[in-house]
Ligand binder design. Sequence first.
Ligand code: NAP
Length: 277
Amino acid sequence: MRSVTLSSGERVPALGIGTWRMGERRAARAEEIATLRLAIELGVTLVDTAEMYGDGKTEALVGEAIAGRRDEVFLVSKVYPHNATREGTGSACERSLQRLRTDRIDLYLLHWRGDVPLAETLEAFLTLQQQGKIRYFGVSNFDLADMQELWELPGARAVATDQVLYNLTRRSAESALMPWLGERHIPVMAYSPLEQGRLAQHRELIALARRDGMSPAQAALAWLLAHDDVIAIPKSGNRERLKENLGALDHALSPAQLRELDRLFPKPRRPQPLEML
Ligand code: NAP
């Protein structure tokens, strides 16, 4: 498995697995659990979840799937902005820990910026870190101005990632945010790397990928993995598609392929605000 280095020096897989919408349908549950277990076996050990997903049902499913293999997993979860107060963050984290059946979350993110002052959330993250309940903290859906504001707060420079919408069709993070993060060696975690599955249906991407012996999902992921310091977290609750996605690692894109993808999916000419889903 290719890895990305966090500012602490710890290495995490460049390809993880997302879990949004898992645990919501009874009929899909067994396959979702089997997929998460297979992911761990295959080295896709970074698992991204959130208290929001399925109102806690997703974390519960993740907890069941990783039971007995907790130490192999780099577990990422997120606190709702409205819970991210000085006391609320600790209580939300406790609830997540219970559902996840663990005593620690490896990386705990503020899901998006809300009305709670950042300093308060940060204080709560640092307390949780001292208590050993979280190992690292980070943010999600933060644009450059939010990151710059965070950066000036005491303790903030240990921020481990900014998880943002980033894929071939959503490149707004590239204009200002990613260079700023790159200078500070803060990896980006790319969510919805398959544009929620839509990239697998993209006609021109299908043609390009087929010609080069890939599936469109593999091409979309290989493009993300061609960037240093980008972690991609495609969600699949299906073992075959998980294996397909993992296959992206076997396709290092050539400069010519990257140029072709740039022509098909141009990066914005002017800086644009970060999009979110
Ligand atoms: P995504 O990973 O881009 O796409 C997931 C969809 O694509 C699912 O419907 C999945 O269906 C399908 N899929 C997966 N592999 C495929 C393949 N090889 N071929 C065709 N279809 C495939 O979208 P996402 O779930 O929105 O994003 C990934 C993760 O990022 C989430 O699960 C979540 O953990 C995180 N996220 C975070 C935020 C945030 O605000 N921080 C927002 C959105 C997402 P199957 O499951 O049936 O395979």
